[in-house]
Structures are given as C-alpha cells and as structure tokens.
Design a protein. Structure first.
Length: 133
C-alpha cells in the first residue's frame, strides 16, 4: 500500500501557528503568578517538544522521528494549553476568541491528522489494530 501524499494545509498551518502563539504567550502568563520557573518551563516545553519531535514527511527537518499520533498529541497539547491558559489569565472575551480559534484549528487540522495516522500505519509505526509498535 503506497503512502498517500501530505494534504495541502497552508490555511490550517496558519491557524495552528496562531494557536501556538497564543499558547506560548497565555500559558506562561497564567503560570507566572504561581511560579516563574514553571512559566519559563512551559514555554520551553511548548516550543521545544514540537521542534525536537516530528513525523517524517510532515516537516522538512526531523530531529527525532516520531509516529503521526505523537505529532497529533503535540498539537492537541498546544491547543489545550492555549484555551486553558486564556481562560485562566485573560478576560472572558479574549478567552472566547481563543476558544473559537482552537475549534477552527482542530477542524482544519483533521485532514492532516488523518494523513498522519494513515501514514503511521503505512510506515509500520502502528499495527492494523491501531496499537503502536
């Protein structure tokens, strides 16, 4: 079974990046009142993990190759961090706007996520039952 080509996700990428930016700003903002080191660590995690771990074929430069479901989990981490931190740190209007951004991002990401899961299956990262090897 040949691997399917990566879907064109330029619009999804823009929304994903906007959501990541919100996560990078809102998460340390929400955490800084409790712990400055934790706020700094949150930025390192939110920026560092997706930089370090990526799925071959999804990014040009892969430092540590991971199966598609790991890449999906990293995006979900960014989306959840953006929404939760916005509700904790910002005015309700801003939090609602971030929540809408997150929903749009997830909807636009679905074709890429389907490709990442099917690509993992093709490349042997998961078996037919969907369990990681």
């Amino acid at each position: 079974m040949p691997s399917t080509p990566r879907p064109d996700d330029r619009v999804a990428s823009a929304f994903r990046f906007a959501t990541e930016l919100v996560a990078w700003v809102a998460t340390p903002w929400a955490l800084a009142a409790h712990s400055v080191p934790l706020a700094v660590l949150s930025v390192v995690v939110l920026i560092g993990l997706p930089t370090l771990f990526s799925t071959p074929g999804d990014k040009r430069n892969v430092i540590v190759a991971v199966p598609g479901p790991v890449t999906i989990a990293l995006v979900v981490l960014q989306v959840v961090a953006a929404v939760v931190a916005a509700w904790v740190a910002w005015h309700v209007v801003a939090a609602v706007l971030v929540s809408v951004l997150a929903v749009v991002t997830v909807v636009l990401e679905l074709p890429r996520w389907r490709w990442l899961v099917s690509n993992a299956r093709v490349h042997g990262a998961v078996d037919e039952g969907g369990r990681e090897r």
